[in-house]
Write a protein that binds this ligand. Structure first.
Ligand code: LRH
Ligand code: MN
Ligand code: MN
Length: 388
């Protein structure tokens, strides 16, 4: 039987990247609820993310979204992050908040609009050169609302051509990760709706193009862990955007809606070599905290990922292989369920304490005085850029 002390050394490999936008005000198209003390600048978002890392030891990087986090001097922003004990991570492109992009960005029928979207992405690669970021993450709102609105095949061709220009600008250490989403904001068709389409473009581009899997971007009932397995098998899983969904792209706290699904995903990641010192898979959160507090919300999120990682590591791989080979269906399933049902929370609290971290990071946050300080210091916090 695998025990917590067997797997504890592997927990040190865990790094979860926080999205800068999780710290800003957010909401739905119905209402954005403003919260006291939310960041007004990219620096303040980074400071909040650094607080999450300080209390959990799990989140050493902050993902930026451009232009939401545009500053004049990214070298300076990188130095600011380093002073706060974190690094700048993935650079997310944004070609979905400009009137010019009504009919698409990299797939737009007008070459001038495509060029504008490409130029934005090239600017993002310049930023990566300053920040030392490895990944350029591209999610496109491109698609159509009505059959016949545009020629879907031509749009794929334009997408391939546009991505080629961006990919060719990357340096040898940089990667392009292409995120898929099956609907929204376009409702009839989306130009990168599924992992297969993302994979097809990434395969054509080259080794440094990989797929980004956002857990909220699938139809209900989709077996996401199968996709994880397949992409790892093909060497094409670049990154995760973790969050929870009940109905659509809800962007709720990861592991809140379906902890068992998170466990199954992390089991496949571990089983296929996507976790550990040699893995190049980026584990990011893509969440918004519309009604709950943001910093504790992010703390809860990274702890949820850590808990399910620990449980997935507890699966007895040898016993499982034996049960599978001998066709013992019930024993095989039991081994998965035994690991899933193991409550690791007090072991993780002890593990944190043994590393000089607070045993209870949320209690430590509540006692830290940080909430009171930011509430007093920050007036007129920024919108996350989302849900306006
Ligand atoms: C799109 C998405 C994508 C964006 C983020 C704000 O739904 O998941 O990753 O960059 O939300
Ligand atoms: Mn996402
Ligand atoms: Mn999303």
């Amino acid at each position: 039987m695998t025990t917590f002390s067997d797997i504890a050394p592997q927990l040190t490999h865990q790094e979860i990247e926080l999205p800068s936008w999780a710290f800003g005000n957010s909401g739905t198209r119905f209402k954005v609820f403003a919260q006291a003390g939310v960041p007004r600048t990219p620096e303040e978002k980074i400071a909040d993310a650094a607080k999450v890392h300080e209390l959990t030891g799990l989140a050493p990087k902050v993902a930026l979204h451009i232009p939401w986090d545009l500053v004049d001097d990214f070298d300076k922003l990188g130095a600011f992050a380093a002073d706060h004990g974190v690094r700048l991570g993935t650079i997310n492109t944004n070609t979905f908040q400009d009137d010019d992009y009504k009919l698409g960005s990299l797939t737009h029928p007008d070459a001038a609009v495509r060029r504008k979207a490409i130029d934005h992405m090239l600017r993002c690669v310049d930023i990566m050169d300053s920040t030392g970021s490895r990944d350029l993450k591209i999610w496109l709102a491109d698609g159509t609302n009505y059959p016949g609105q545009d020629d879907t095949r031509s749009r794929q061709d334009r997408l391939a051509e546009s991505l080629r220009v961006v990919y060719d600008r990357l340096s040898a250490e940089q990667r392009l990760v292409l995120e898929y989403k099956f609907f929204e904001p376009a409702f009839y068709h989306t130009d990168v709706p599924d992992w297969g389409t993302s994979y097809a473009h990434c395969a054509a581009l080259g080794d440094r193009a990989k797929v980004c899997l956002d857990t909220g971007h699938h139809a209900p009932g989709t077996n996401i862990e199968f996709i994880v397995m397949q992409l790892l098998r093909l060497g094409k899983l670049g990154s995760f955007d973790f969050n929870s969904r009940f109905y659509a792209d809800d962007d709720l706290i990861v592991g809140a809606a379906d902890p068992f699904q998170l466990f199954r995903i992390l089991y496949e990641v571990i089983r296929s070599g996507g976790y550990g010192a040699n893995s190049d898979v980026a584990f990011m959160l893509d969440q918004c905290h519309n009604i709950e507090e943001k910093i504790p919300g992010q703390i809860r999120s990274v702890l949820n990922v850590q808990e399910m990682t620990a449980r997935a590591l507890l699966v007895d791989a040898d016993a499982l292989a034996d049960a599978q080979t001998s066709g013992d269906v019930l024993a095989a399933n039991q081994l998965m369920m035994d690991a899933f049902y193991t409550d690791v929370r007090s072991d993780l609290a002890d593990w944190r304490a043994s590393r000089g971290l607070p045993a209870d990071p949320i209690a430590a946050y509540n006692a830290s005085g940080y909430r009171e300080q930011i509430t007093a210091d920050r007036v007129g916090g920024q919108q996350a850029g989302w849900g306006a």
